[in-house]
Design a protein around this ligand. Structure first.
Ligand SMILES: NC(=O)c1ccc[n+]([C@@H]2O[C@H](COP(=O)([O-])OP(=O)(O)OC[C@H]3O[C@@H](n4cnc5c(N)ncnc54)[C@H](OP(=O)(O)O)[C@@H]3O)[C@@H](O)[C@H]2O)c1
Length: 306
């Protein structure tokens, strides 16, 4: 089985990808910064990695030799670095080129298809480095897969996509647009499972892998109705026009404006569903791997009620 290195495995989505890789039986390596390896806050996570058979490799995105050394030992490199390091993934591309042995690179994507998204600031600027990295990967000749996993369930469902809230809405919900645009939500561990299934699949080579689990496609209105049914409580629905949303984003502080901007793209513009998948350049995960038992939105909401 392909040996997999995850750069950013201690992060929010990285953890799920490391877990899925170890579970799948792929020899799994996690590049961990030295300071992180000795951080008490990360000790439990790293112990968990080790006990599931993951090999920890000390290294840093900004230490070229450490990257080349770690990459030379594997077949597949998955980057799950966060927002601040997206542009600096050119360093991973350079290290993969030097190492010369990598059969697949998955850069840090795990969101909307950045080439297709209809964004406003500050999301436009946040997506720009991801677009640049796509072009750099394509130009490098390194075999790749871009994973477009749509909206993480943990980021969207607990608040019913209310950017200003930390928990479920209790009396009212704000809906961008008419609330009838379909959106896609994917549980984080399922992002890990589908990603690992794709790493050595010829059907995903040099393609975008979209995650569109059929039971996880809901309009905002349908999502709110489902929650109301489960809680037995009706929420007042406040509908904002596109212009009102744009104004609200402009007037809101960081980082709420980022979350609002993503909700604008997902719910008002329909960016997770407003295009057909072109088999020449992309594939859909639940079709490729129908045996994966993913968490449905309904099951996810049920867990929130426990
Ligand atoms: N679809 C969605 O709803 C959604 C939501 C959130 C994020 N995302 C996407 O998911 C991807 C990952 O984001 P995230 O939020 O999971 O990231 P994150 O939690 O911020 O994790 C970043 C990871 O990068 C590591 N890292 C930072 N600097 C490094 C360095 N110099 N060398 C090596 N590793 C370094 C961190 O390690 P330490 O532990 O050492 O700090 C951590 O493991 C991004 O592309 C993001 O846009 C998507």
């Amino acid at each position: 089985m392909a040996k997999i290195l995850i750069i950013g495995g201690t992060g929010y989505i990285g953890k799920s990808i490391v877990k899925a890789s170890a579970k799948s039986g792929h020899p799994t390596f996690a590049l961990v910064r030295e300071a992180t390896a000795s951080d008490p806050a990360k000790a439990e996570l790293l112990e968990g990695f080790k006990s599931s058979g993951v090999t920890l490799v000390h290294g840093d995105l900004y230490d070229h030799d450490s990257l080349v050394k770690a990459i030379k030992n594997v077949d597949v490199v998955i980057s799950t670095v966060g927002f601040m390091q997206i542009a600096d993934q050119v360093k991973i591309i350079a290290a993969i080129k030097e190492a010369g042995n990598v059969k697949r690179f998955l850069p840090s994507e795990f969101g909307l298809d950045v080439d297709r998204a209809h964004t406003v600031e500050p999301v436009t600027s946040a997506y720009a480095p991801k677009i640049q990295i796509r072009r750099a990967v394509e130009a490098s000749g390194i075999p790749y897969t871009f994973v477009s996993s749509n909206y993480f369930a943990g980021y969207s469902l607990p608040t019913l996509a209310q950017a200003e809230l930390m928990g479920p809405p209790t009396d009212k919900v704000t809906i961008y647009g008419d609330g009838n645009t379909k959106a896609i939500f994917v549980n984080e561990d399922d992002v890990g499972t589908y990603t690992i299934r794709a790493v050595d699949d010829p059907r995903t080579l040099n393609k975008i892998l979209y995650l569109r689990p059929p039971a996880n496609i809901y309009t905002h209105n349908e999502l709110v109705s489902l929650w109301e049914k489960k809680t037995g409580k009706t929420l007042e629905r406040i509908y904002l026009t596109i212009e009102e949303v744009e104004k609200k984003i402009e007037e809101s502080p960081f980082p709420v404006n980022i979350m609002m901007g993503i909700n604008y793209s997902v719910f008002a513009k329909g960016d997770t569903t407003n295009f057909d998948i072109d088999p020449a350049v992309a594939a859909e995960a639940s079709e490729l791997y129908p045996d994966v038992k993913y968490t449905s939105v309904e099951e996810y909401l049920d867990q929130l009620l426990i």
